[in-house]
Write a protein that binds this ligand. Structure first.
Ligand code: SF4
Length: 268
């Protein structure tokens, strides 16, 4: 079996949702504009580092969704997101704080690891390069609100960065956050991941998660306290409530589990 960070985080968020997605084959319909925007924008970043016309790449990619039936947040439109994307690309180029040497080899870098039980863990690092002159692994994020920066060190607890540090052995990590707000902004956030954190993450993967998955333990566990209860925003709510209307609105079903499920990692 091949596992990815997306699978592990889904199991930790709620084991029942993992079962719906990876065993029963239910997938969330793509109705959120932000996810498609993020994919298009990351492809444009790739073009930027390959010294291609990143604005044209973004226009072409995002143009494919011009007539898509997305749910836009209040005040958002396809046009508005197009302008935000172009503005963010221009700001990123002006800032000039990120370097990727050999972009063909150091963007979407595949890392894998064989686990104790023989399963494989696969991750795709968005980039390996330098932020403000510091060599590090890099994750791009597109979002509508700023990432919290305080207290100092908060980012070193980010589980996705810890995962990527664990699988790559790279200690220094950075999040480059593209914030789609009224005046678009870019955050360049760095963290150092310790050896102890990497070892703990390895145990979390193998002992707490994969052992439980392979033992068939998929109890619902959504978090409890309103409004943090994960059920409120869970795409699988219709299945848990046996509400056919909600299921039809949010999900599509493909046939069972697939050895290629780890490819979800590429859009996370
Ligand atoms: S609705 Fe709640 S219990 Fe059901 S899968 Fe989602 S998070 Fe888990």
């Amino acid at each position: 079996m091949v596992y990815s960070y997306t699978q592990i985080s889904q199991y930790l968020r709620c084991p029942r949702s993992y079962r719906y997605r990876y065993l029963d084959g239910w997938q969330e319909k793509e109705t959120r504009s932000g996810m498609a925007f993020g994919r298009c924008f990351e492809n444009a970043l790739g073009a930027y580092f390959r010294e291609e016309d990143c604005g044209a790449t973004f226009f072409k990619e995002w143009g494919a969704y011009r007539d898509a039936a997305f749910e836009y947040k209040k005040g958002e439109t396809w046009d508005r997101l197009l302008h935000q994307g172009i503005h963010l690309l221009e700001t990123f180029a002006r800032d000039n704080r990120v370097r990727i040497h050999d972009p063909h080899g150091n963007l979407q870098v595949k890392k894998h690891r064989i686990l104790a039980g023989g399963s494989e863990f696969v991750a795709y690092l968005d980039a390996i390069g330098e932020v403000d002159g510091v060599p590090c692994l890099i994750d791009w994020k597109t979002t509508t609100s700023r990432y919290p920066e305080a207290p100092e060190g908060l980012l070193s607890l980010d589980p996705q960065l810890i995962c990527y540090s664990w699988i790559s052995g790279i200690l220094e990590a950075a999040l480059v956050v593209f914030v789609r707000k009224h005046a678009p902004e870019i955050q360049y956030l760095r963290a150092t991941i310790s050896e102890e954190q990497r070892q703990e993450f390895g145990r979390l993967v193998e002992e707490t998660t994969i052992n439980q998955i392979e033992a068939g333990h998929f109890n619902p566990h959504s978090g409890i306290r309103f409004p943090q209860n994960g059920c409120v925003t869970c795409p699988y709510l219709g299945l848990c409530l046996r509400n056919d209307h909600l299921v039809a609105a949010n999900l599509v079903r493909k046939a069972g589990a697939s050895n290629l499920d780890w490819l979800d990692e590429l859009v996370d």
